[in-house]
Write a protein that binds this ligand. Sequence first.
Ligand SMILES: Nc1nc2c(ncn2[C@@H]2O[C@H](COP(=O)(O)OP(=O)(O)OP(=O)(O)O)[C@@H](O)[C@H]2O)c(=O)[nH]1
Ligand SMILES: [Mg+2]
Length: 398
Amino acid sequence: MTAQTLSPAGQRLTIAIVGNRNAGKSTLFNRLLGQDISIASPQAGTTTDAVSKAYELIPVGAVTFYDTAGLDDEGDLGQLRVKNAEKIIKKADVIIYVIGKDGLDGKIEEQLREWHIGGRRFIPVFNFADSTTPDKFTNAVSQLYNGIRVSAKTGAGIEELKDRLIKMLSASQKTPALLEGLVKKDDTVVLVTPIDAAAPKGRLILPQVQVLRECLDMGAITTVVQPENLTPALNALKKAPALVITDSQAVKEVAAAVNKEIPLTAFSMLFARAKWNFQQMVAGSKVIKELKDGAKVLIAEGCSHHITCNDIGRVKIPALLKKFTGKELNIEFAAGNDFPEDLTRYELIIHCGGCMLHPAEINYRLQTCLNKNIPITNYGMVISLTQGILERVAEPLL
Ligand SMILES: Nc1nc2c(ncn2[C@@H]2O[C@H](COP(=O)(O)OP(=O)(O)OP(=O)(O)O)[C@@H](O)[C@H]2O)c(=O)[nH]1
Ligand SMILES: [Mg+2]
C-alpha cells in the first residue's frame, strides 16, 4: 500500500515548500524525501508546475510534500505560476519558506509577519548554510520566527528541520473530537445512514465512517441502521439512546420517528462544529429567510467527484430553497479549487461538509467570509432549516 492510499486527502497533511526562484526549494524537496524527484538547476525558474509527492512521515503518517514555482516569478506565465503556488500555500498545514543565498528582503519579512499574525504554521528555512553568512536583518527575523539554517546541498540542518516539521504537523493533526461532550463510554448511539442510489458502492461515506470510528474508540454501544429500520431499532433498545445521529437527507423522517426527549443531530452538524465554525454557520443559515428575488447564492463543493454531494448541491438544495423561500434565486455553483476569490457579489454561501478539504483550506474559506461579512452555512443546515428541524438538530451542540 502506498502513502497515497493510506488516508483520505481531507486527513492527509500537506507541506508546501515555497520561496523565491533559485532559493533551493527543489533541492530541499529532494533532500527531505531522500529521492531525486524534482529537477534542480542553477537556472532561475526551473520548477514551473508544482510537483507533489506522497510520503510516509513517521510518526505523523501520510503527508504530501509540494515543491512549487518561485514566488518572485515574472511575466504573464510567471504570474500564473505564482497564483498556483499561492493556492498550494492556502491549503498547506505547514509552509516551509526557503530563503536563498540572497538572504531576506522586506517582502519576505512581510509575508512571514502576515502568516504569524494569521496563526499559520510556517518554518523559515535559511538555505545555503554551507556557503553564506546571514546578515543582521536576516538573523533578527530568523530569531523572531524561529528560523532554521540548512544546506539542502550537504544535508546540514535537515534533521532539525524534520523534527520541527513533525512537531508542527502533530499539533495540526489534533482535530477536535466530533462527539465531544455528547457521548460517553457505554452510552447507546444510533446512526442513521440511508443507502440510496447515490451512495458509494460497497462502503460508507467518510463522515459516517469517522463518527462510527469515534463511537467505537469511546466505547459507545453503536447501532447503525437505514431510516426504515430506525423505529424497530429504537423499539429493540432497553433504554433510550444518548444520541441519534442522522444523515441530513433523512432528517425529516428521522425527526418524526425519534421521541422529542431523545437528543437528535446530523453528521453535518458534528462536522460544522469540529471542522468549521458552528455559530457562524447557524447564523449564516438564518439569512435564507431574508433572501429576495434575484439574490445571488453560491453553492460550493469541496471536491468535484462525490456524486451524492453533487446531487444534493445541484438538485436538492436549489429545489428546497425555491420551495422554502418562494423566490427566484440566482444560484451559482463552484466545485473543488474553483472557490471564487471575490465573494462580495454573494448574499449567501452554502458549502458542502468539506470532508475532503484540508483544515487550512476550511479556515481560509471561513475567514474570507468573516472578513467580507458574507454569511456561510452548509448543506445539512439548509436541508434541516428548510424542513423546520434545524433548531432540534442544533440543540445538542449548543
Ligand atoms: N551551495 C549550495 N547550493 C545549493 C543549495 N541548495 C540549492 N543549491 C543550488 O542552487 C541552485 C538552485 O536550486 P533549486 O533547488 O533548483 O532551486 P529552486 O528554488 O527550486 O529554484 P526554481 O525552481 O528555479 O524556483 C541549484 O544549482 C542547486 O544545486 C545549498 O544549500 N547550497
Ligand atoms: Mg525548483
